[in-house]
Design a protein around this ligand. Structure first.
Ligand code: NI
Length: 196
């Protein structure tokens, strides 16, 4: 879904009609009205992301599975850098890597950068934002988004690319942990028939 790709909106889309469609579609993204709801969702989602990153190997980061499919390293790094890329547009200033930071060759470095981005973002939000802040609007990719909506996009964007990453990991023969339910290996560990 193109709507989950702010980087496309800002970078590649030159066609005005397409841009309008993307902006229209982005109206459908969940908006947070309670800061605590986002903080709780982010805690679950960031833990799930780290569980998946932990199953990557250094070699898997640069292995191409197909010509038109991003590598695991590129996907994991995009998930990591997007936190600051999006959140900084709302005025947050926490320390994190950017899209221009060199892509790490070791999983450990991606995990450290992800943790830093995630922890620093949550600390700053807890310190400076409240439920009312979520209604304030910022210029986002040529549109105006309430901060509560930007937080919703942060979550859906991460889920979107994380799902892509798990497919690449499967193609590379890596194990994938379950996020919203057991993965194939986990069904087997529970002694249950693997689901179709
Ligand atoms: Ni993206």
């Amino acid at each position: 879904m193109i709507v989950l790709h702010p980087e496309l909106i800002s970078g590649s889309i030159k066609n005005l009609k397409m841009l309008k469609q993307v902006q229209h579609d982005s109206e459908k993204i969940t908006m947070y009205h309670k800061l605590e709801d986002f903080i709780n969702d982010w805690a679950y989602e960031s833990e799930a992301t780290l569980k998946i990153f932990n199953n990557l190997t250094d070699k898997s980061l640069t292995t191409n599975v197909a010509e038109n499919i991003r590598t695991a390293g590129r996907l994991a790094w995009h998930i990591t850098t997007s936190i600051g890329e999006m959140a900084h547009r709302t005025g947050l200033k926490f320390k994190t890597v950017t899209e221009n930071s060199p892509r790490p060759t070791m999983v450990k470095d991606i995990i450290d950068a992800y943790k830093e981005a995630s922890d620093n973002m949550i600390s700053e939000i807890k310190e400076y934002w409240n439920d009312d802040t979520l209604l304030e609007e910022d210029d986002m990719y040529g549109d105006k988004w309430a901060k509560g909506k930007t937080l919703g996009v942060l979550i859906t964007h991460q889920i979107h690319h994380r799902a892509q990453l798990t497919v690449v990991m499967r193609l590379l023969g890596l194990q994938v942990p379950g996020v919203y339910g057991p993965s194939k290996e986990e069904w087997a560990q529970f002694g249950m028939t693997v689901q179709d």
